[in-house]
Write a protein that binds this ligand. Structure first.
Ligand SMILES: *Cc1c(COP(=O)(O)O)cnc(C)c1O
Length: 407
């Protein structure tokens, strides 16, 4: 029999969402008369903006006629979308990014997962805790860690995000090669200030590291002065890759469109010490392993940058942020200290007890489902994540039940 990639056996089985589902199913079976409200979900609930639907219909009609039909497009994305991205998402902020530095894809999850294959196997990695599990698991699969012991992998530098540092870790004392950062953060909802991001850029420049900056929740930033892109920080073009997605911005979780920015000025060494363009490496990978996002979907993404698109996506994110504010105020009113919810669709609450115990308490007493923080890493223990992705009616009902159950 052939052998598997043994690194897969090191993966800690992800029990989080399966465990949640199991406990909820068991509760529902016992209490069919008590409807459960899920505030644990990391998926959007509202439909696509009308401007995207119109763009999808129009592009589909183009595909129906010989004169306007399109087959394979450029693997990196159509120029109309890459130009709109460079102009509106970067140049408008004073961030010097060119259309050729943008790679359109079918999701940030895949990009964030695949990027590590450009780099050597024996890199030192710095990864936040709590964390979006993809960053860790893809490096485990690639053999960059030892076997999991007590919930952690030897070989990783963990960046603890706790109340003590406001849930925004500072650069560690030791040198790392690849650093994963996510702001606004999933699961905590924390945002990084300009000074905090500048410290990371300075660290990367000092150690010859690369920052992998996941900005999937950029469109929820409302506080003036909080950077939306790592490229707003001077010097980031030489040390950072940024990931963006239409999933949370415009409800594309089921439609699928995202992009990755790799500046042409980003370089890395080979074993002999020769410099290579990381942009060129990713271009080679992308054109070899990916055949582009469908034309109608790219047209839908481009429609987000029209005046109507901007207004409609702003209304969408404002709606979720309205939910987030209600949740945060309710939790604060019940005496929990919370972060997030002001520039992110997640609220991270310090519940001062075991996170699964609190999960069970909310389920039993209020029929509300949250996400136990322990599922995102050791530092998530003692916390829960509540998601603002829901209808207003569900949020209001859930909060009324929480108040009654916890008062
Ligand atoms: C939702 C999310 C993404 C976006 O993933 P897509 O594959 O583009 O849908 C990326 N990073 C984080 C942390 C997320 O929560």
């Amino acid at each position: 029999m052939i052998r598997i990639n043994d690194n897969y056996t090191k993966l800690k089985a992800s029990y989080l969402f399966a465990d949640i589902a199991r406990r909820v199913t068991a509760f529902v079976a016992e209490h069919p008369d008590k409807p459960v409200i899920r505030l644990g979900i990391g998926d959007v609930t509202e439909p696509l903006p009308p401007v995207c639907i119109a763009a999808l219909h129009a592009a589909t009609d183009e595909m129906a006629h010989r004169e306007t039909f399109r087959g394979y497009g450029p693997e990196q994305g159509y120029a109309f979308l890459r130009e709109a991205i460079a102009q509106h998402d970067f140049q408008a902020l004073g961030a010097p990014i060119e259309p050729e530095e943008v790679f359109v894809s079918d999701g940030s999850k895949c990009d964030v997962a695949n990027i590590q294959e450009l780099f050597a196997a024996d890199l030192r990695l710095a990864i936040p805790d709590p964390v979006y599990p993809v960053y860790v698991d893809t490096n485990v699969m690639a053999g960059r860690t030892g076997a999991n012991t007590d919930g952690r992998y030897p070989g990783l530098i963990y960046l603890d995000s706790t109340a003590a540092n406001g849930y925004v870790p500072a650069p560690p004392a030791e040198a790392a090669d690849l650093v994963y950062l996510c702001f606004p953060n999933n699961p905590t909802g924390a945002v990084a200030t300009r000074a905090q991001l500048a410290a990371w850029v300075a660290y990367a420049r000092q150690h010859g590291a690369i920052l992998l900056f996941d900005a999937a929740y950029e469109s929820f930033i409302r506080t003036p002065g909080i950077p939306r892109s790592i490229y707003e920080i001077e010097g980031a073009r030489e040390v950072a890759i940024e990931f963006r997605s239409y999933s949370k911005l415009a409800g594309f979780t089921g439609l699928r469109c995202a992009y990755t920015v790799i500046p042409k000025s980003l370089q890395a060494r080979d074993a002999a010490g020769n410099l290579h363009s990381v942009h060129a490496l990713w271009n080679r990978r992308h054109t070899t392993k990916f055949n582009g996002v469908s034309y109608p979907v790219q047209k839908a993404a481009a429609s987000v940058y029209t005046p109507e698109g901007r207004a409609q996506t702003r209304a969408l994110t404002d709606f979720y942020l309205g939910n987030a504010r209600l949740i945060r105020e309710a939790l604060a009113g019940l005496g929990f200290s919370c972060i997030g919810g002001d520039n992110a669709p997640y609220i991270w609450a310090d519940v001062r007890r075991d996170s699964w115990e609190f999960f069970d308490l909310l389920l039993q007493r209020a029929q509300v489902v949250c996400t136990p923080g322990a599922g995102f890493g050791r530092c998530g223990e003692g916390h829960i994540r509540i998601s603002a992705f829901n209808s207003r009616a569900n949020v209001e009902t859930a909060l009324a039940r929480l108040a009654a159950a916890l008062r």
